[in-house]
Write a protein that binds this ligand. Structure first.
Ligand SMILES: NC(=O)C1=CN([C@@H]2O[C@H](COP(=O)(O)OP(=O)(O)OC[C@H]3O[C@@H](n4cnc5c(N)ncnc54)[C@H](OP(=O)(O)O)[C@@H]3O)[C@@H](O)[C@H]2O)C=CC1
Ligand SMILES: N[C@@H](CCC(=O)N[C@@H](CSC=O)C(=O)NCC(=O)O)C(=O)O
Ligand SMILES: [Zn+2]
Ligand SMILES: [Zn+2]
Length: 413
């Protein structure tokens, strides 16, 4: 024990100061070696999905070091998107088990493999399920944000070289998911599937730009390119749908009608910019949602958006479009085996069916702009966080999705 006089001794203070300061500036070499994980496998916590419909199992996994053109990320926050639940339900034709789900995350680069030039250790990053290589046919076309560089292996749950970086405690291989796998304390992604962001942006919030917010906002301002005065209907008031609403509002749409089967969504829809709310299950007998929307807009809408994944809703959304020019944008992901249909006459008479993935946003070149929009309060993000949980509560986070008021549960490691 130090006596009080000794603690207050100026020379000891100086000694204490220099002792505290030096290790931060130049770590003693053996301490640095002990701390560094670069080039080594990391053991960490992850939520493993062993089979469809089963709760996720939190366990220790091994995450291998990144190979060439790969990046290992320490995930700080991840949210749960409806698509994670969809794949977990077993209805995703690309669903591979056992796997590490999660694709709406944010984190910090822990290490990079050879030939990585676009991010560096310590960068704050968002993993991208829609890669952007800049050199493939898709990227060079200037017509789409869909990049062909890693999509084939991504859909098979493996890295571009065909192997995985995750193993469970028994040494069994675990598949990757959507090129992201954010339900792990550490993950490995392709260098084309990650973007560095402004380090002052709060990771807890901007993880939502990894999917839901970007998808809806981009679908309105890029895919549809809504213009001032346009009329818009959004089916499904989840994070994706409400982000369409804020995109339409930012473009000064004259009418933004939210259609949702849950009356609890009316208040929040109006907070995000909806001018009207319709519950299709509460219409007078004999009136369909298509009739109602056409009546409300003098013949139909300029733009409709499906944010439900329900194929009957997709049909209604198309048929509520204005004859001659109305466009319906499909964003929702439908169960394996489901198909859309309508009378071809609907298209002959000028309605257009389109789709939108990740809002048409090119993640590496356009994410910075979205972060700025958020920082300048032009884009709401924090408002989507309806619950915060620790990573250990991930299964409760999946249950939140069904509680009727949930937009996004954000998990913290
Ligand atoms: N294309 C893309 O790039 C992306 C697609 N997606 C997909 O978009 C969809 C929306 O995702 P997300 O916002 O996270 O999901 P949510 O589940 O949070 O939102 C969907 C909303 O639609 C409502 N709904 C369900 N059925 C109907 C119906 N028949 N008519 C009107 N509203 C209905 C739901 O109500 P209730 O809660 O009562 O069920 C809920 O409010 C999902 O299918 C998801 O997989 C997501 C991200 C990216
Ligand atoms: N695997 C599914 C298709 C899933 C799908 O459509 N995904 C969306 C993103 S959903 C995000 O939450 C998407 O962007 N698709 C484009 C893509 O290249 O995957 C199936 O097989 O039906
Ligand atoms: Zn998603
Ligand atoms: Zn590409």
């Amino acid at each position: 024990m130090f006596c009080k006089r000794l603690i207050n001794c100026p020379s000891l203070q100086l000694l204490k100061t220099s002792f505290v300061y030096r290790p931060q500036a130049i770590p003693p070499i053996n301490l640095f070696r002990k701390m560094s994980t670069v080039g080594k496998p990391i053991e960490c916590k992850a939520a493993i999905s062993y089979k469809p419909k089963a709760p996720l199992v939190i366990d220790t996994i091994t995450v291998d070091p990144p190979k060439a053109h790969e990046v290992r990320i320490k995930i700080v926050n991840t949210a749960i998107c409806h698509t994670d639940a969809y794949t977990l339900s077993g209805n995703d034709s690309e669903g591979m088990f056992p796997c590490i789900l999660g694709h709406e995350g944010s984190g910090i680069v822990e290490s990079v493999g050879p030939d990585v030039t676009t991010v560096k250790v310590g960068d704050h990053v968002i993993p991208l399920y829609t890669a952007e290589c800049g050199v493939c046919k898709f990227c060079k076309s200037g017509k789409t944000n869909l990049c062909g560089s890693v999509r084939a292996t991504q859909g098979k749950g493996v890295m571009p070289d065909g192997t995985v970086r995750f193993h469970n405690s028994k040494g069994e291989a675990l598949y990757h998911f959507m090129g992201c796998s954010t339900f792990s304390e550490y993950t490995v992604v392709a260098d084309v599937s990650v973007v560095a962001i402004d380090p002052t942006a709060p990771l807890e919030s901007v993880c939502l730009l990894g999917c839901g917010v970007t998808t809806g906002y981009g679908a309105a301002i890029k895919t549809a390119d809504v213009q001032k005065g346009d009329t818009v209907a959004v089916f499904g008031a989840g994070t994706v749908g409400l982000s369409v609403v804020q995109g339409a509002q930012s473009r000064e749409a004259s009418k933004i009608i939210v259609v949702d089967i849950n009356d609890n969504k009316e208040t929040v829809s109006r907070q995000f910019g909806a001018t009207d709310f319709v519950n299709p299950t509460k219409l007078p007998e004999g009136q369909t949602i298509v009739d109602k929307l056409i009546e409300m807009t003098d013949g139909g809408l300029e733009f409709t958006f499906d944010c439900t994944g329900n194929v009957q809703v997709m049909r209604n959304a198309l048929e509520a479009c204005h004859k001659g020019w109305g466009q319906s944008i499909i964003i929702g992901v439908a169960d394996a085996g489901k198909e859309i249909s309508t009378r071809p006459f609907q298209l002959v008479t000028g309605r257009v069916w389109k789709g939108s993935a990740f809002g048409g946003i090119k993640g590496r070149s356009e994410m910075g702009g979205l972060i700025k929009d958020y920082q300048n309060k032009k884009l709401k993000v924090d408002e989507f966080i309806t619950a915060r949980r620790t990573f250990d509560e991930i299964n409760e986070g999946f249950e939140d999705l069904h509680n009727g008021t949930c937009l996004r549960t954000v998990l913290k490691f």
